[in-house]
Structures are given as C-alpha cells and as structure tokens.
Design a protein around this ligand. Structure first.
Ligand code: ADP
Length: 578
C-alpha cells in the first residue's frame, strides 16, 4: 500500500508544481495588466477632467469679463455723476449707449426713489417704484456697496439682473446708479463649447440654474443644490475636477453624468460642465475591454503554450523511456544470443559425442552378432548334431532376433556414417539402372519366400547420375526393403526408372499396407513407425526412411511419398541427371 500512495501523492505534487507555473504566469499577466490599466484609466479620466475644466474656465471667463465690463461701466458712470451731478442725464445716456447688455439705467435718490430712468426701448417710466428684484441691490448700493442682484425673468421671458453702484460726492453716498442687465446674450458663450455630447450651465449663489444653452431649460429655473458638486462649489468656492466620489450625478434626463464645477467671480455664481459618463469615459471602457482581452487571450495563450510544453516534455520522457527499454532489450538479445550460441555449441558437441558413441557401439556389436549369426545357422543346420523340434524352434527365434539386431546395427551404422562428414561423399557418374540391379539382387531370396511379384522397368538407354555408390545403394535398399516388408505375400512391387527433363525419378510402388493419412507427414522423422506397420511387422527401427531422405538431399535430390489409387504406396526418389 505505502509505495502506491507515496507514488500517487508524488504525482499530485509533481502536477501541482507543473500547474503552479501556469497559475503564476496567469497571475503575472493579470497583475501587469491591472498595473497598466489603472494608471491608463486614471490618465483618461484626468484628461476628460482637464478638457471639461478648460471649457468651463473659457466660458466662465467670457461671462465674467462681460459682467465685469458692465459693472465697471456702471461704477465709473456713478463716479462721474458724483463729480459732476449736473451731467447725470448725459452720463447715463452714454452708459446705455456703450453697454449692449444693459436694458435700462436709472439714477436713484437717497430716498430710494427713481430720479431719472432711461430705457433702451424708450418707454418712459420715471418716478416708478423700484422693481422688486432691484430693491435689495439698490439698498446695498445706498449703503455704499456695489453689487449684482437676483436673476429674474422679464415680461418677454429674458433672464435679467440688476447691477448697482453708489454715487459718491466727496466720499458721501448721494444716490445709486442701477442698470438692468440682460443675460440672454451670454447664452451664446455656453453654446460655444467643445464638450462632446455635453453642456455647460451656470447656477447662482442659491443653486438656481440661471444660464443654460437652451432657453427653455433655464426658464424652468430649477434648483441644483441637491447635486453634491453644486453644493460643494457654492459653499467651498473652489474648483471641483469631477474625479471625486460624489462629483458625478444623475441628471434630469436620468443620465449618469460626469461633471466639473468652478466658482465665478460674479455674484456668487458657479459654472458647471456635464457630460454622460459613457461618453466622457468611453476610452476607459475601451481600455478596460482591451485589458480584459489581454488577460483572457494571454491566459489562453499561456494555457496552450503550457499544454504544448507538457506534451513535448511528456513525449520526450516517453521517448527516453522507450530508448532505455530498447537498449535493455538489445542487451538482453545479445545476452540471449550468446547463451544460445553456447548452448548450440554444447549441443553440437553432445551430438557429435552421441554419433561417435553410436558408431563405436554399432561397430563393436556387428562382429559378435555376425559370428553369432553363423554359429546359430550352423547349429540350426545340424552341423553339431541333430536338434529336437523344440530346440529347433527356439533356435529359429534366436536367429530371427539376431537378424533384427544386425539390421538395427546396420541402420545405426548408416546414420552414423551419414552424420560423420569426415568420410565425405565419393561421387562418380553411374548408370542408375546398374546400381538398382545390384540392390535388387540382394532381395531375390526373400521375394521368393514371400511370393511377391517383383518387376523392374527402365528405359533402354542408360540414365546417368553422379552418385556415391555405397550411399545411393543404402537408400535404394531401404526403399525396396520397406516395400517388401510392408507388402503381404502374393503382393507385387514395381520399380521404375524414368528420366524427366534433367531429373531421374526412381519409384518403388507396392501393393502393401499403405500409410495412414494422419501419419504420412511424420514417416521421414527418425524412429517414427506408423501404427499399422507396428501391428503387422514388429521389427523396425524407424530409421530407414530418414536415412533415405538424408542421402537424397546429399545428392541434391528429394524423396516423396504418394498413396496408390488402389492399395499400397509409392516412394519416389528424385535426383539430378548427369
Ligand atoms: P522401419 O524400420 O519401421 O521400416 P522406416 O524409416 O524404413 O522404418 O519406415 C518408417 C515407417 O514408414 C515404417 O515403420 C512404416 O510405418 C512406414 N513405411 C515405410 N515404407 C512403407 C511402405 N512401403 N508401405 C507402408 N508403410 C511404409
């Protein structure tokens, strides 16, 4: 158990180590992207803020300078009237003529009543009570302080206000000059803005919108003190860059906007810019998408790289393992080969020893067996006195057994001779019919005994073969010997010699017991005997056909077996013709 768990936890750690590289890579990518994105987003926001402040400042200073010019004109007219009171009519006319923004001008006495009134549309309204919006600013001017009044809307729905300055004679306030100022021309400043999709508006010190690029908008006269940035600019009188937490707000159309604000040097007014955040910070969103894209695609690329790397590393490891296996197999094969060679050499040695032993034993046995054969024959023929019947029977069995032994020894000697290459082959060109006749002559006696009809057919012309006479004789002998052995009395044997192309076919055909189909493959193996042969003829070494095969091959020929149409078998020995 332990080694397996150990191995698995090892693999887990290994893969954790492998994956930690990937995680670390993705983390780095994430951190670097964020580090790039945050300052970039801030820069984009800052530049949006700078652009908005620039617009507000430009429009604001236009408004300020217009208002200041009119206020200054009223103040210098008041000063002039204080020095030359008789010329007030002329001075006021000149004032109205020079200041387009002024709708009317009046000289107010110390009691607050209008002493002189000059209107641009020339409707004379002298000695009229002061209009309500002018009351406060006139009162302040009588108290010695020039100023600007509340915003109000005229009969023709124009935004207007009053500018007033005290008339002083030798330092003492003697009256007030008040001008009705038309704000409508200022709208053109607000319309001239470079803010995309945005606008600029102005609120008074109470948070009421007093200027807006669209007339209908400021006619509503809404109050924007509820907007955090508006309240802050009015109360703290400082520039708000729009980047603070509460600087943005939802406008009257429900759009979330980005706003900057700054105080104006006129009557406590403040100016604001307003743009939809989606447009002001569009680049921020674009940058965010790019950042997300970098993270996602970067992570994907890292994963792909990692996988490929792992695959390559894995393949490499496998390849190395395979090479090591191959190397080991190679070494093992070399070792096996060496072992086999040694074993083969040893076997050859043993085989040689066996052949030597068989050959020596057979030689040693043959002489005493032959002596025994002659002695037994003499005994049997009564050379040493007549034998009783049972003695004769016993001796006949002994003679047969002795014959079988001699045959076995002969077979063994044949094999030993064939295996012993030292002797070699004594090849000579011979007429095969002559060799065959020689062999056949040895069987005359047994053929007669068994009453077997024997025929030998061959062409009239000689058939020459290069052969070792002794060995070819053994082969032919074995074939005919078998034919006789496995043919019942009164059977027949036909031996034929035929020349076919460059070959000589020597066939031995008998009407004997034949060879069972299932055993025919094995009859050329050493010591093999078919079961029907063993039933019929108990004697047989099973060596004869293997000797024939060996001799045929040594003559560059072959031996084949064929089942006869009727009964019996045919053996065909084929050798090259010479
Ligand atoms: P054996 O000493 O038994 O004859 P052989 O090697 O000469 O040994 O023959 C092998 C076997 O082949 C025989 O035992 C026999 O079964 C079969 N055989 C050989 N020749 C013949 C034949 N002419 N007819 C039938 N069977 C044969």
């Amino acid at each position: 158990m332990f080694p397996r768990e150990h191995k698995e936890s090892g693999r887990l750690f290994a893969s954790m180590r492998e994956y930690s590289g990937l995680f670390f890579g993705i983390l780095l990518l994430f951190v670097f992207t964020i580090l790039w994105f945050v300052p970039t987003a801030l820069t984009i926001r800052k530049s949006a803020s700078t652009l908005a402040r620039e617009s507000a400042r430009r429009v604001g200073s236009n408004i300020e300078s217009t208002m200041h010019r009119s206020a200054d004109a009223i103040a210098s007219a008041a000063e002039e009237v204080g020095i030359t009171p008789d010329r007030y009519e002329f001075i006021l006319k000149r004032l109205l003529g020079s200041e387009d923004g002024l709708q009317s001008v009046s000289l107010i006495g110390m009691d607050g009543s209008e002493m002189f009134h000059l209107d641009r549309i020339a409707v004379h309204k002298e000695n009229m009570p002061l209009p309500q919006p002018a009351v406060a600013v006139v009162r302040n001017a009588l108290a010695g302080e020039a100023g600007i009044g509340e915003i109000f809307f005229s009969d023709i729905l124009e935004p207007r206000t009053y500018l007033a300055a005290p008339v002083r004679t030798i330092g003492k306030v003697k009256g007030v000059i008040v001008g009705e100022f038309n704000l409508r021309p200022l709208i053109s400043f607000l319309q001239d803005t470079s803010l995309p999709e945005g606008h600029i508006y102005v609120v008074d010190k109470n948070g009421f919108q007093i200027l807006h690029p669209e007339l209908s908008e400021f006619l509503r006269h809404p109050n924007y003190l509820s907007r955090g940035i508006v309240q802050k600019v009015i109360t703290e009188r400082r520039v708000m860059d729009g980047l603070g937490a509460l600087d943005g707000y939802k406008n009257d159309n429900g759009v979330t906007v980005f706003a900057v604000g700054m105080p104006l040097d006129v009557g406590g007014w403040s100016i604001f810019t307003e743009q939809p955040q989606s447009i002001a910070f569009a680049s921020v969103w674009q940058t965010l998408f790019i950042a997300l894209g970098i993270i996602v695609f970067g992570a994907l690329a890292l994963i792909l790289l990692f996988r490929n790397h792992r695959f390559l590393v894995g393949s490499n490891i496998k390849l190395k393992e395979m090479l090591v296996d191959l190397d080991n197999s190679g070494k093992m094969l070399v070792r096996r080969d060496l072992d086999l060679s040694r074993a083969n050499a040893r076997l050859l040695e043993l085989d040689d020893m066996k052949s030597q032993f068989v050959s020596t034993a057979a030689h040693q046995l043959r002489t005493p067996l032959t002596v025994l054969k002659w002695s037994l024959n003499e005994l049997l023929e009564g050379d040493f006195g007549s034998l009783k019947k049972n003695q004769k029977e016993l001796l006949t069995d002994v003679v047969a057994a002795n014959k079988r032994l001699i045959n076995l020894v002969n077979d063994l000697l044949d094999i030993a001779r064939l295996e012993d290459d030292q002797g070699g082959m004594k090849m000579e060109r011979q007429d095969i019919a002559t060799v065959m006749k020689n062999v056949i002559s040895q069987f005359q006696k047994v053929l007669k005994e068994k009453n077997i009809k024997f025929s030998f057919e061959h062409p009239r012309d000689s058939l020459y073969v290069v052969l070792d006479k002794e060995k070819m004789g053994i082969a032919l002998y074995n074939l005919i010997d078998n034919a006789i052995k496995y043919t019942l009395p009164k059977g027949s044997i036909l031996v034929t010699l035929v020349g076919v192309d460059k070959e000589i076919h020597i066939s031995v055909k008998d009407t004997g017991i034949g060879i069972p189909e299932e055993e025919k493959e094995r009859i050329f193996s050493k010591f093999f005997r078919a079961h029907n042969a063993m039933l019929m003829e108990t004697y047989g070494s099973g060596l004869g056909l293997s000797v024939v095969k060996d001799i045929a091959e040594k003559h560059h020929g072959s031996i084949a077996f064929r089942k006869n149409e009727g009964s019996g078998s045919t053996f065909i020995l084929t050798v090259p013709a010479a």
